[in-house]
Design a protein around this ligand. Structure first.
Ligand code: UDP
Length: 246
């Protein structure tokens, strides 16, 4: 395949080939979707903000010894990544009850979970990304039992590092979604992005259930000031990263 061809366009990113068949270029878009793309819109500057936040956080993971697809970020809204085969799983980690967990269990929003909960969803838009049981996951052969154990361990490790990082930013990591891929050697690598699109982030200095929201729920729930919230997360992540490197 020749270089710089569009390989895939998703809801938030476009993937291009490069001169190196093992390296892809991810272009982060301003497009925003929610509720399985039933709600569509745009968040000004989101592509660059999410690319920058993700780059910093993926570097943070690499520094902690977690293999990721991240190589570098040549421009504000572009990330060079290793080519991986994405597992069709959304690995969700929750520290506090919100979103679909509350809808499906009746747990009140904001309930502190005694221990982090790891859940697997089937990454399949046509089916609406349904929650998987372990049995269904194996029935569909979406991962091997060894991979599932590895994914859980990795997801919990990411949660520890990410929760601590955001806590230093004055932000509570409520829940988040991860995606993983297999590289040519069969190594599991953390892939996709880590950003206000994929994490629920609550401002520690505000108790108000609407005002504290610093993530895509502002777009999902029409809370307003979406760009400002994303920008605020970026500023805190940058300040924290700079402080750590001093
Ligand atoms: N999430 C995501 N992409 C998805 C579904 C969920 O990034 O397709 C993230 C979401 O932003 C939240 C976490 O995963 O941080 C848990 O989402 P939940 O299952 O509560 O689903 P929701 O009700 O947000 O659709």
């Amino acid at each position: 395949m020749s270089a710089h061809q569009k390989l895939y366009e998703g809801k938030a990113k476009i993937l291009y080939t490069t001169d190196d068949p093992e390296i892809l270029l991810a272009h982060f878009k301003d497009d925003a979707t929610a509720f399985n793309a039933q709600k569509r819109g745009s968040i000004a500057g989101k592509g660059e903000i999410n690319c920058t936040i993700s780059s910093h956080l993926l570097r943070e993971m690499e520094a902690a010894g977690i293999a990721t697809h991240f190589i570098d970020s040549p421009t504000g809204n572009q990330m060079r990544v290793r080519r991986v085969q994405i597992l069709p799983l959304e690995v969700v980690v929750r520290n506090i009850a919100a979103g679909s967990l509350c809808k499906q269990t009746g747990l009140p929003v904001g309930t502190l979970l005694k221990q982090p909960l790891v859940e697997f969803f089937y990454k399949n838009d046509d089916l609406g990304d349904p929650l998987l049981t372990r049995e269904r996951l194996f029935l569909l052969e979406l991962a091997t039992p060894e991979q599932v154990e590895q994914l859980k361990t990795l997801a919990l490790q990411v949660n520890d590092i990410l929760s601590a990082f955001f806590q230093r930013c004055g932000i509570t990591l409520v829940d988040f979604k991860l995606e993983f891929g297999l590289d040519r050697d069969g190594t599991l690598r953390l892939a996709d992005e880590i950003s206000p699109d994929t994490c629920r982030l609550w401002n520690n200095s505000d108790d108000d259930p609407d005002r504290r929201v610093m993530d895509k729920d502002r777009f999902r729930r029409d809370l307003g000031n979406v760009e400002e919230a994303y920008q605020q997360v970026l500023e805190r992540v940058l300040a924290q990263t700079n402080q750590q490197s001093e």
